[in-house]
Design a protein around this ligand. Sequence first.
Ligand SMILES: [Fe+2]
Ligand SMILES: [Fe+2]
Length: 474
Amino acid sequence: MVNKEERQIHIIAKDIINQFSIVLKTSLIHDPGNVAVRTAIEKLLILINPLIESERTILIELMGEFFYINGSRIRYSLEYLLNFDFLVKEFKKRAIGSVLFRNIVEPEDIQLFLKAFIDSGFSEEPYETMLNRMSESHTIGIDRLKKIAVGLKKIAVGEDMDRRKIIKRTYFNAVSYIKGVITKIRSGEKVNIKKAKRLVETIVDQLLEEEHVLLSMTAIKDYDEYTYHHSVNVSILSIALSQRLGLNKKVLTELGLVALFHDIGKVEIPQDVLNKPTSFTEDEWKLIKMHPIWGVMAILKLRSFDNTAIRSVIVAFEHHINIDFSGYPQVRKYKELDLYSKIVCLADQFDAMTSSRVYSRIPMSPDKALSVMMERSGVDLDPLLFKFFINMVGVFPIGTLVMLDTKELGLVYESNAVFADRPRVLIIIDNKGKKVRGPVVSLTEKDETRRYLRSIVKILDLNKYKINLAEYLL
Ligand SMILES: [Fe+2]
Ligand SMILES: [Fe+2]
């Protein structure tokens, strides 16, 4: 359980990264002496100096796509997404891996840093230029970016990263959209549904090309705002499942849209109930169980009565009913659930079980969630669709921590549709027990004697090993 104080530091840390990015951004547009730059610097100092006073130093590190402050990873936050990405880009451009603040920082120290930063942007050896200029400073030091290991053979992590970036943007655009929708519905504003269609079309296109990247976005369960990510995850999982059923692109898009809005009725539930870290009281459960009906009303209020809207109404209403009608809302004389509802229901349960909704609730590992669902299959979950679902997420779902017979530990990176037990794996601990990033290896690789180079020995618990998926998959 994260205590209040730690959370507080976490919030400040996020703001520090954000403000640091703003300072650099502003200094690239304006002259260093400009009032906009000076104000941005002042704001930064207000954030960092108290922390330096209590912690003595502040170390900002970049690892992969992530920032760490004094060793603790900063959560990816939607509102700061652009500024974080900007900072990552500028650090990488100059091969800066970390910035250390050693003493109480004065505006002049930052100004010195900014000048070095700007000049190094034009230099052929940006890191050396930067280091050279910073050697004058007693307050701020920098260190070089550590290289990420490149994969064996053709599988280069670098190349993969670029495609990942584009897809990551799509994913976060969708999350940000659904957040906007929910905020607007709460305040009674008009919602732009057309935008949702374009977003889902992009998701479908990218999923048809790079399914595993989008699926790995859904495997990261460490985001700040569960409800929004959940909606997008359910949409992606539903599309991926239906693609396996051979449904056409038009249907995939419609289903993706419908899935995106499946929990829209939750707008009516107070946020402190939704985000409650402890279990719900009976009264709170009553509220939660109303969200399918409130969903119907919310969609009808959007006033676009086409086919998709009708299917959305059905799915919002049906996604917790279960095939044996054991769920909620309770229904009498019901024929059969809509196909979309059955699909969304599977995606919904899998994502909900594997998510940590709030700081203190520990998520179930993907393989555990599948085995729970296996028990329900044929009882309250559609057994045939569930078979397709298992085939999609794989026997070893993306993000599963596995031990290999080489004593290496790795994360399942991409499932293998043909050889289900031989996915691609990102090595994160090498055979000497050292933490590494990559390579990505395919478990189908064999040596000269046609024996497999690596095989999975067992599945390990991510939480026990304190491994953060986002750090590796984002
Ligand atoms: Fe729901
Ligand atoms: Fe849901």
